[in-house]
Ligand binder design. Sequence first.
Ligand code: TRP
Length: 333
Amino acid sequence: MSKTYLTGIQSTGMPHIGNYLGAIKPAIDFSNTADGKFLYFIADYHSLTSLRDPKAISEGIYEVAAVWLALGLDTSKAIFYKQSDVPEIFELTWILNCHIPKGDLNRAHSYKAAIAANEENGKKDLDHGVNVGLFGYPVLMAADILLFDTNIVPVGKDQVQHVEIARSIAQRINGQYGQLLTEPLESLSEGEYIAGLDGRKMSKSYGNSIPLFATEKRLKKLINKITTDSTGPDEPKSTEDSLIFDLYKLFANETQINSFAKDFKEGISWGHAKAGLFEVVNDHLAPFRQRYNELMENRNLIDDELEAGAKKARIIAKETISRLRKNIMGLKS
Ligand code: TRP
């Protein structure tokens, strides 16, 4: 039996180069080449646990959708939709809410982190700033997963506990009512560790990231900010532990890499090295960037894709919900 793969994408705006190389590109390549059913969706309602800005939420959805489509996600191979277009997810969330012990959520990392922060800041109420949606975040995520009889959830390390919670709810329900839900497994999707401008892991929160489709001007500016040492312009430079060289390798072909390595050995100024890096990164991204800009100017194309995806997703969603309404609620459908 072919497997169902599902993963959710946060709609928190333009992804960076690390997200692209570590997660988005592998996911698109995988859906283009592997056997199975693929569901990739934008988890827009998850963002409501923290965002209070309708414009920002809507903009984030378009940006993320445009990135995936511009990078060549084939929507005939992967069902691509946004969470808010599939109301069955929220019905399932309630069903799951009524089956998960509150204590399991008390132990969720993200909730525990919020409590710990309040404790550290001397807040009397340890639940300060925690809305019920944030507390129940893992349940909504479990509904995302379980609604589609997902076998495999490709996620980063930080999301593994959430998949475990989904699996545990499925097991509990299956134990009680018979085999109603597929019990999902996680698969660690994070590829290589991509370093940011300062050498630490590239991350929006470190402020060291390069947005995937920054304008050429901004891309150049950011690359010029890469931390370098004080070796003089004509001195030979090591390609080991060189941020510039490492990033170059991710975007260049074999011949370019060999010639860049030779330049390093013979002595290349950091300025020239950065210019070389800019060129390979920009050459790689320019066609995708153009497609991205076109999509952002024709948002109806994005709407159409997401709508078509939601239609396909809801066919599966309705089947699952009807199964649960019958077996858990005793309803006719
Ligand atoms: N919580 C995930 C993240 O922060 C996003 C997400 C929401 C998700 N629902 C999901 C991931 C279902 C996988 C499956 O990245």
